[in-house]
Design a protein around this ligand. Structure first.
Ligand code: LLP
Length: 463
């Protein structure tokens, strides 16, 4: 790896240009434990290591760009959710955040269930040994094939998202000679404070059946009359990357009110409610996420209180965290390529990946942190924008951050908190080869999803 010198970027900017950042950090070498995986640390040489292995060794063996997931941290977070919610509740990891067979095995071993939202995710889960009855099947437009596959596999529940689907699932279950356990997904009418594209509880959107105008009550009415369905509960997912518990509390209150209305109308007490996922994580030091035990306590208390008031038996609660489990456990390792200082503005630092391995910045204006990880530096911090190698100026990985001003091509930098919605949303744009995911634990590193090859690309191109 070359470590050649280059002209440094702006060092002394009295007035920094507008951006997301607040100010240069006191110590540009510091790694905030809020945003880095549990076993990430700087060794005496200044190099960063994860699971006891230095990043230079990891880069040498697995190449860059690559995602490194801290297995110890993943298991600890999964366990923390499981423990926080206890035996009267279920934790369904949302596979859309990131799914692979190793992840499925870890979840199974740690006692979690799994939420899948496509035939592909279901196949991955089953092929890695997740018992079908611990799987929930989601989606706003499940195909007939997917519904059939899910029912034949014996999934624990299908979450019904529309009136058409109530009939479709009932029909398929009946024709397969079975009764499918289902929940109905409702939109509770909460405006979650998050990016518009990942807020899902307001009525004007594609997911779920609205509570407000009696649609959800009508959906329950229909589901209860169909022989192919066993209606076990109501589902609500208000959005993603949310810090404020207020939205979840309103959702819980409204879902319990529906349970009470169902009891009053049909004499049936639905035994379960699912309050979805969506808990935020720290991407930068400015974010302050809640701990699983705080979330479990807040949700448990509100559901219990509302049920007592409505004289309902407290239903079994389930939750579906994806990001909050896997997000903080991984970082993406890049090698620095070209560096372009723009006096008085910022320095563009190009890396060997980009929007093909992390689309979140371009898509949601997401904020990330970044650190020089192959060494420490005493140089002053410079304001940087970390960009990829794609043919697009919106190809930004980290919009505004500070790196040492002696940064040079060949240095390794890492972007933390990329475990969720990065590899799972990765693309082949510009025929980029999607990076591998490497699990690191107690001095051992192993590939759990291998790097794509040009042969992989050509294999699909059958023209
Ligand atoms: N349950 C349901 C029904 C969901 O739709 C989702 C996420 C989850 C659970 C998990 O949410 P989480 O705990 O991971 O926030 N690509 C976007 C996020 C889309 C989330 C879609 N549904 C992003 O990168 O921020």
């Amino acid at each position: 790896m070359s470590r050649s010198a280059h002209p440094a970027g702006p060092r002394h900017a009295d007035v920094w240009p507008e951006g997301h950042y607040s100010a240069p950090p006191a110590d540009v070498n510091a790694l905030d434990p809020k945003v880095w995986a549990q076993t990430v640390t700087r060794t005496d040489t200044g190099e960063v290591s994860v699971g006891g292995i230095g990043v230079a060794t990891l880069a040498e063996e697995f190449g860059t760009p690559a995602y490194f997931v801290d297995e110890t941290d993943f298991r600890a977070r999964a366990r923390a959710w499981r423990t926080a919610f206890g035996h009267d509740a279920d934790v369904f990891y949302a596979g859309k955040a990131f799914l692979s067979r190793a992840i499925v095995r870890w979840l199974h071993e740690e006692g979690l269930n799994l939420d899948v939202c496509s035939g592909g995710e279901l196949t991955t889960a089953l092929s890695a040994g997740m018992p079908a009855d611990r799987i929930a099947f989601h989606g706003n437009n499940k195909s007939t094939d997917e519904i059939t596959q899910a029912i034949e596999a014996g999934v624990g529940r299908i979450v019904l998202d529309s009136f058409q689907e109530i009939v479709r699932v009932a029909h398929i279950a009946q024709s397969l000679g079975t009764r499918q356990r289902v929940q109905i997904r409702v939109t509770v009418g909460v405006e979650a404070h998050t990016h518009e594209f990942i807020a899902t509880a307001h009525e004007d959107q594609k997911f779920g059946i609205a509570l407000a105008d009696g649609q959800a009550a009508e959906a329950v009415r229909r589901a209860l009359t169909l022989d192919g369905l066993e209606l076990i509960g109501i589902h609500s997912h208000i959005g993603s990357q949310i810090f404020d518990m207020a939205g979840f509390e309103v959702a819980a209150r409204r879902v319990v009110a529906l349970l009470a209305a169902v009891r009053d109308e049909h004499g049936v007490e639905l035994p379960e409610i699912d309050l979805g996922g969506g808990l935020g994580i720290a991407y930068t030091s400015d974010d302050d996420p809640r701990e699983p035990h705080e979330i479990a306590k807040a949700l448990g208390e509100i559901v219990t209180r509302e049920c007592e008031a409505a004289k309902l038996r407290t239903p079994r609660i389930s939750v579906e965290p994806g990001r909050a489990i896997v997000g903080p456990t991984a970082f993406t390792l890049y090698e620095v390529g070209t560096i372009k200082p723009l006096e008085g503005l910022r320095t563009y630092v190009s890396v060997d990946g980009g929007m093909s391995d992390n689309i979140r910045t371009a898509l949601y204006d997401a904020e990330y942190s970044v650190a020089l990880v192959s060494r420490t530096s005493d140089a002053e911090p410079m304001l940087v924008r970390v960009v990829g190698k794609h043919c697009e100026s919106g190809d930004i990985v980290v919009k505004d951050a500070f790196l040492p001003s002696d940064l040079a091509p060949g240095d390794l930098i890492a972007v933390p908190a990329t475990g969720a919605y990065c590899r799972s949303m990765a693309s082949n744009y510009n025929h980029a080869l999607r990076p591998p995911v490497v699990a690191v634990r107690e001095g051992e590193a192993r590939v759990i999803v291998r790097r794509e090859t040009e042969e992989d690309l050509l294999r699909l191109d059958v023209g």
